[in-house]
Design a protein around this ligand. Structure first.
Ligand code: 13P
Length: 241
């Protein structure tokens, strides 16, 4: 049985005070969520400690949004895996398209970050996906296969989550049709050694489309940006039908 993982990616949103307000509003909504669904919040680094303290004893798992490959060193602005595990972080988003697009992340650095995360017991959420231009040129599959080939060198597939996030569907309201997301995710699965790796869909997931997305046979969860920021929409997502 593949694990179902519903993860919110808060990106660069919420102060500590706003995070705590979210927890107060959201936790009561989790009471009826089936226990086999893993619920994760990937929050800004500055909120990890306060969230760890406030989520203690709950079923919500904590995630970070990046990790460096060295344990320590002269890498201004970076955060290492031991720094995250000390706080109680379980998951880390790696290779998000925003990091690849704005911060020079390459498949080589993505691979190094995944290996470091796994070495320290963190579960990487590897993001892959194509641009609109690549999709229009019929290069969706070749691009994603190339990302997977490079990003997964030496990676332990028993402690891994993959998120398929078509870049053109992120933050645009333009969701990838759920059947198409299902098809691409099936193709991603066909390239893996371990076919039980949970594969999420991400890109304009909302209360209005979550039921249809989760009804797809290959989709094991979602990675959600905007709609994970309010208790109301996030609770509707984790409580999908
Ligand atoms: O990038 C995403 C999650 O990592 C998706 O963002 P949105 O849900 O806001 O489209």
């Amino acid at each position: 049985m593949r694990k179902i993982i519903l993860a919110g990616n808060w990106k660069m949103y919420k102060t500590q005070a706003e995070s705590l307000e979210f927890v107060d509003g959201f936790m009561p909504e989790l009471e009826n969520t089936p226990t086999e669904r893993e619920v994760v919040l990937c929050v800004p680094f500055t909120n990890l400690s306060v969230m760890a303290a406030n989520l203690q004893g709950t079923r919500v798992k904590l995630g970070a949004q990046n990790v460096h490959w060295e344990n320590e060193g002269a890498y201004t602005g970076e955060i290492s895996a031991p720094m995250l595990t000390e706080i109680g972080v379980n998951y880390v988003v790696i290779g998000h398209s925003e990091r690849r697009q704005y911060f020079g992340e390459t498949d080589e650095t993505v691979n190094r970050r995944i290996l470091a995360a796994q070495k320290h017991g963190l579960t990487p959420i590897l993001c892959v996906g194509e641009t609109k231009q690549q999709r229009d040129a019929g290069e969706t599959e070749s691009h994603i296969f190339s990302q997977l080939k490079q990003d997964l060198v030496g990676v332990d597939q028993s402690n891994l989550v993959i998120a398929y996030e078509p870049i053109w569907a992120i933050g645009t309201g333009d969701t990838c049709a759920s059947e198409e997301a299902n098809r691409v995710i099936g193709l991603i699965r066909s390239k893996l050694i371990n076919s039980d790796v949970p594969i999420q869909y991400g890109g304009s997931v909302k209360p209005e489309n979550i039921d249809e997305i989760m009804a797809q046979s290959e989709i094991d969860g979602v990675l959600v940006g905007g709609a994970s920021l309010t208790p109301k929409s996030w609770s509707r997502i984790v409580n999908y039908q």
